[in-house]
Design a protein around this ligand. Structure first.
Ligand code: HDE
Length: 680
């Protein structure tokens, strides 16, 4: 007998609701429900006497506290997450039978966790690193996890090298330094001696590794997967997330300052955007290659150090994900969520990418230690929204109370249930790829070109992006102590570009490589962030205002807000500031509590009655924003201050009369950064 699984109509949100608890206005009890009369003093033999073993309340409270922490993720420890939903544009039935990819009217609940890779759980968020971009789709056929990064390729080609890579990038074991940084000897020693890393290193030395916001970065599934339709026909696929606000980055000096000024910069940005109703949105994109075309490319589509150039294989946008709800409890949800590339649904299958194959083992294995046993799927955030039944039993933290004596298959006592479901009725069947070969430990010849796509990436960068890459290499290798490692890296990257290698060699005192770069034959414009969407929405502007500001200011601020820009007032104290016409503005930040690096633009208004100290503070903001190529606006007294400091009349610096000023300032903010500014 085949019993169909009824679809659970409960949304993920409703499902989570039953686990939520509000302790306010409740009696204080032990975990056994015993009401407590006292919670401040342990039980003692006399007021000044020893504490008694009998104090079960003290022991329960302390034991629970002693066990509050769980092991952090070995990688991607520092992360932040949000709930949302995914909507499809058009049915993808041509390619896949996955139910959540059939019907555009279905909203699939999602949970997305973003992360840095190398740093520990408390590390700063704006470090140079790849970002994890892991999405759990709670579909009616079970959970589907797309566990990706914001960089489309990876450092290594075979999962067996992952422990080596991570040992090399993590703080060095003899002194546990540096935290959350690849700028040290062991990482670069690994790179030079594992040259398959060349392509990903180019990405991680680029602006992609210092995103402006988690809302403004792309996501990639990295590996080649398979989509399989109802007729059993398969296509190779790569997955993309495209942020609706475009892909934008910080500059390195700014990223480093933010690490100190606000180590929570990215989570704060995500949290506040969702609280403000500015929901982050990403479009899902797919690139498709026919099975017959597997060998038509000048790279192996199973090699995770290769991307599929978008100009050759276009990205089809198939749906949109909106993150619209913050978590209620970071530990219960963000920390306990367990992703796994092997969590798939019918219609989504794997390829033989050797990195993916290894990941299929690693993710369950890691949860066993991190979440303390095999029942992590029962934790509310990990539960599917559809029912699940099998003969797995017991283990640490088991919550399900399975009834009846039968927990084995095949059986007659329970009419041989729970029963497997045929493929035609939604049972998962692996794609029957024909596989043949000898058992070998080796790498395919087709995986051995490590430099062509690294060069493609370099050739696709704008001049500014190239400068940033050169500076990043110079910084990172400048921190490396071994002259030999420095030289090995310079020699290695001469295979990517001699221009790059020569400039880095110059900066770090290494021997430059001989030769010149070959003429550029191919570039991929989609790889440059200069080509991205540029919008003013959700950009934060520090508006520097003193008492006696001019009456036009509220009108300017309203025009900015109408464009989705977020002006925030900065002044000397948190007292309201008053205008000459009697209007008042609430101050959100002081010069002490904020810094220009925490904003996308600076608008200096000041006032004639502001003192010298105020003028200096305002100019510090403006100067720093200038050096980070950010838009700067000034009206009223601010114009005079900027002129006197020589900060006016540069690209992206807008000064002037109210009406024209507002339009031009909005335009300057949309541009994100003004690279053609002359900064010494
Ligand atoms: Fe992961 N990775 N990884 N990884 N990974 C983990 O799983 C691993 C790789 C990625 O927010 C761990 O639950 C191996 C590529 C993300 O919870 C662990 C290999 C990509 C996250 C693990 C890789 C990723 C992880 C640690 C080489 C991009 C965070 C904690 C074959 C496509 C998910 C955990 C979250 C986390 C193993 C390579 C993405 C140890 C063995 C390539 C976004 O299982």
């Amino acid at each position: 007998m085949t019993k169909k699984h009824p679809v659970n109509e409960k949304s993920k949100q409703e499902q989570l609701e039953q686990f939520k608890t509000d302790d306010r206005n409740q009696a204080l009890t032990t975990n056994q429900g015993l009401k407590l009369s006292e919670d401040e003093f342990s039980l003692k033999a006399g007021e000044r006497g020893p504490t008694l073993m009998e104090d079960f309340h003290f022991r329960e409270k302390m034991t629970h506290f002693d066990h509050e922490r769980i092991p952090e993720r070995i990688v991607h420890a520092r992360g932040f997450a949000a709930h949302g939903e995914f909507e499809l544009y058009d049915s993808l039935s041509e390619y896949t039978k996955a139910k959540f990819l059939q019907n555009p009217s279905v909203k699939t609940p999602v949970f997305v966790r973003f992360s840095t890779v190398a740093g520990s759980k408390g590390s700063a968020e704006t470090v140079r690193d790849a970002r994890g971009f892991a999405t759990k789709f709670y579909t009616e056929e079970g959970n589907y996890d797309l566990v990706g990064n914001n960089i489309p390729v990876f450092f290594i080609q075979d999962a067996i090298k992952f422990p080596d890579l991570i040992h090399a990038v993590k703080p060095e074991p003899h002194n546990e330094m540096p935290q959350a940084a690849s700028a040290h000897d062991t990482f670069w020693d690994f790179v030079a001696n594992n040259q398959e890393s060349a392509h990903m290193v180019m990405w991680s030395m680029s602006d992609r590794a210092i995103p402006r916001s988690l809302r403004m970065m792309e996501g990639f599934g990295v590996h080649t997967f398979r989509l399989v339709n109802a007729e059993g026909k398969a296509h190779f696929v790569k997955f993309h997330w495209k942020p609706v606000l475009g892909t934008h980055s910080l500059v390195w000096d700014e990223a480093q300052t933010i690490s100190g000024k606000d180590p929570d910069f990215h989570r704060r940005d995500l949290w506040e955007s969702i609280e403000n109703g500015d929901y982050p949105e990403y479009e899902l994109g797919i690139q498709i290659i026919d099975e017959e075309d597997e060998f038509k490319f000048d790279f192996d589509i199973l090699d995770p150090t290769k991307l599929w150039p978008e100009e050759d294989i276009p990205v089809k946008l198939v749906g949109k994900m909106t993150l619209n709800r913050n978590v209620d409890n970071v530990f219960a949800e963000t920390e306990q969520v367990a992703f796994h590339p092997g969590h798939v649904v019918p219609g989504i299958d794997f390829s033989n990418d050797p990195l993916l194959q290894g990941r299929l083992f690693s993710y369950t294995d890691t949860q066993l230690i991190r979440l303390g046993g095999p029942n992590f799927h029962e934790i509310p955030i990990n539960r599917p929204v559809c029912p699940f039944h099998n003969n797995q039993r017991d283990g640490y933290g088991r919550q399900t109370i399975n009834k009846g004596p039968v927990s084995y298959h095949r059986n007659s006592l329970a009419a041989n249930t729970p029963a497997p479901v045929p493929e035609s009725e939604g049972g998962y069947a692996h794609y029957q790829e024909k596989v043949e070969g000898r058992k070998v430990r080796s790498r395919s010849e087709s995986f051995k070109d490590h430099f062509s796509q690294a060069t493609l990436f370099w050739n696709s960068m704008s001049d500014t992006e190239k400068e940033h890459i050169i500076s990043a290499f110079s910084f990172e290798l400048g921190k490396v102590k071994s002259k030999s490692v420095q030289q090995q890296v310079v020699d290695m990257f001469a295979n990517v570009s001699t221009v790059l290698a020569k400039q880095v060699a110059q900066a770090i005192g290494a021997t430059p490589p001989p030769g010149e770069d070959a003429p550029v034959t191919k570039s991929s414009p989609a790889l440059s962030q200069e080509q991205t969407i540029k919008k003013p929405n959700t950009r934060k502007v520090a508006v520097i205002v003193a008492n006696d500001f001019s009456g036009d200011l509220p009108q300017v601020l309203n025009s900015l807000k109408q464009q989705g820009i977020q002006p925030e007032i900065v002044s000397t104290t948190l007292q309201n500031v008053k205008g000459t016409d009697g209007s008042e503005l609430e101050v959100q930040h002081t010069f002490l509590t904020s810094d220009s690096v925490l904003f996308d633009a600076v608008y200096v208004v000041g006032s004639a009655s502001a003192d010298e100290k105020f003028r200096k503070e305002a100019l510090t903001f403006a100067q720093e924003a200038f050096e980070h190529f950010k838009p700067i606006g000034a009206t009223d007294e601010g114009v005079k201050w900027l002129k006197a400091a020589g900060l006016d009349s540069s690209p992206g610096v807008v000064t002037g009369e109210t009406t024209r000023f507002t339009d031009e300032f909005i335009e300057a903010i949309s541009a994100h950064r003004h690279w053609n500014r002359h900064v010494i």
